[in-house]
Design a protein around this ligand. Structure first.
Ligand code: ADP
Ligand code: MG
Length: 489
């Protein structure tokens, strides 16, 4: 059940198997107080056109000034993906008209991107790892947004997004199934959030992917690709790729050829539709951006940023497995969000057993957070309090079963585990003399069953355990009950 990737990487057609080839172009909005080239604030959800500088509105005479924090963010991202940071990079103008792009061009990096290479390791269903190579990462500004819904007869333009700094992370065509593409995007999102370079909020459009998809016969040259634009959820990415694979197989198997084009995904029908035939780079008349000098990144700057990198998810997973004895699976689940891994580390500072703490976070805490729609930083049970609860299990003061009840009370009342156990008299009964007495009484009351058990009906053992536990309202130490019972016949 791990991550649900099928290891079968070929798609079935009527005339045989097809190899699917996928490359992603991911746009990630850079976390920064202001936009890439202007002083307008980078905010989500402001009133339309309330966060717009003259430059973002394409006013004549306005000039771009590069936000160096955004450059640091891309360098940090490149380092986290084990890429090379280029000493020299520069901006190029990508010319095209669009109503929400008032300048008539986008300032992007085409010939000399700031980051080249890099890779992300993803995990496949059978536990195997696979690297997806990054081709490059470049910096560019975002466009505004056209709204066709508020007024059915007019298109309204909101330029708040215009000019926000984006990193475009372009992969090699290394993925072979929709699940691999989803795993890649999830892992990238995790890393970007760890390093605080992008908030990864796909619903708000801070992270969105264009998927390039083609099919070919296994072992043959790659086929012609289509690009599906602007996929803003993991589910849509998966659906769009799967639809596109089927569409292309059908075309090719019925004797046609796939056209290289840009397509849009319709979230309501789950289908993709042609938007335009694929443009080539020369259609954009790229030329060096005359209003900005090249970016020169010194080795010292790279070193400085490297020295401040937090521990990355893969390293943290290794540490949790090697040093704390967690299973690979538990470590991965805990490390998916940096906040969760930090919460976990805070809990184990109380000396509670890491394995047990991992279980408690992944089962009990996740399920209640999920139910209430809360992020872990808003957990009503603090890391320290959860540690106390788990320690009470470790020390045999309460049973794991009772602890679940205590956990629920803690969540609802805000009281500590110790107080609840005392108030409600929930301490585990571990006195063998007391338990033995109860066992003897129960055996006397059920003499018929004892006889049957002795005659070989072994499954009755569970009946006796159940009755003893019931006698103590579930508070008796279950291992002790088992052991004492075994010696009672
Ligand atoms: P362009 O320069 O025309 O945009 P690139 O070669 O830079 O094309 O590739 C853009 C994206 O398409 C990359 O993510 C790359 O991995 C992917 N890609 C390239 N060729 C294929 C192919 N045959 N099938 C699927 N994806 C591809
Ligand atoms: Mg592109």
């Amino acid at each position: 059940m791990r991550f649900g990737i099928q290891r079968v990487v070929l798609a079935k057609g009527k005339t045989g198997d097809w190899q699917v080839v996928i490359g992603l172009e991911v746009h990630a909005q850079i976390i920064s107080k202001t936009k890439l080239f202007s002083h307008a604030p980078n905010v989500f959800g402001a009133l339309p056109n309330a966060a717009v500088d003259l430059l973002d509105a394409g006013m004549p005479g306005s000039l771009p000034v590069l936000n160096s924090h955004c450059v640091d963010q891309v360098i940090k991202t490149g380092l986290s993906l084990q890429a090379s940071i280029n000493e020299y990079s520069r901006f190029d103008r990508k010319n095209y008209f669009y109503p929400d792009n008032p300048n008539g061009y986008q300032i992007s990096q085409f010939y000399y991107p700031i980051v080249t290479g890099g890779k992300i390791s993803i995990e496949l269903a059978d536990g195997q790892k696979k690297n997806v190579a990054i081709h490059h990462i470049h910096l560019e500004n975002d466009a505004g947004k056209s709204n066709h819904e508020i007024n059915p007869h007019k298109t309204l333009i909101d330029l708040n997004r215009s000019g926000i700094g984006l990193m475009e992370i372009v992969t090699e065509p290394d993925m072979r199934s929709s699940d691999e593409a989803v795993e890649f995007l999830k892992k990238l999102r995790t890393i970007l959030r760890y390093i605080n370079a992008c908030d990864g909020n796909m619903e708000e459009g801070s992270l969105r992917a264009d998927a390039n998809i083609s099919i070919c016969r296994p072992g043959e040259a790659f086929g012609t690709r289509c690009e599906i634009k602007n996929l803003n959820s993991m589910r849509f990415l998966k659906q769009a790729i799967e639809y596109e694979i089927e569409r292309q197989i059908e075309i090719v198997e019925s004797g046609g050829g796939v056209l290289q084009e840009t397509r849009l995904f319709n979230t309501k029908t789950g289908e993709t539709h042609a938007m335009r035939t694929k443009e080539n780079a020369n259609d954009y008349r790229y030329f060096p951006e005359p209003d900005l000098p090249p970016i020169i990144v010194t080795a010292e700057r790279v070193e400085e940023i490297k020295s401040k990198l937090p521990e990355l998810p893969d390293d943290k997973i290794r540490r949790f497995v090697d040093r704390l004895g967690l299973s690979e699976y538990d470590a991965e689940v805990l490390c998916q969000e940096r906040e969760t891994s930090e919460f976990f580390e805070e809990v184990i500072e109380t000396k509670a057993s890491p394995k047990l703490v991992a279980n408690w976070i992944i089962s009990e805490l996740f399920s209640i957070l999920n139910k209430e729609g809360l992020p872990i930083i808003q957990s009503k049970i603090s890391a320290k309090e959860l540690g106390e609860l788990v320690n009470m299990i470790n020390e045999g003061i309460i049973s794991g079963k009772i602890a679940k009840t205590v956990f629920t009370y803690m969540w609802e009342s805000g009281k500590s585990a110790k107080l609840i156990v005392e108030e409600q008299d929930l301490k585990q009964i571990s006195d063998p003399v007391v338990i033995k007495a109860a066992i003897e009484q129960i055996l006397v009351e059920n003499a018929d069953k004892v006889a049957q058990y002795k005659a070989g009906k072994e499954q009755l053992f569970g009946f006796f355990v159940g009755n003893v536990l019931k006698h103590f309202n579930g508070k008796a130490n279950p291992e002790l009950v088992n052991e004492l019972l075994k010696n009672s016949f």
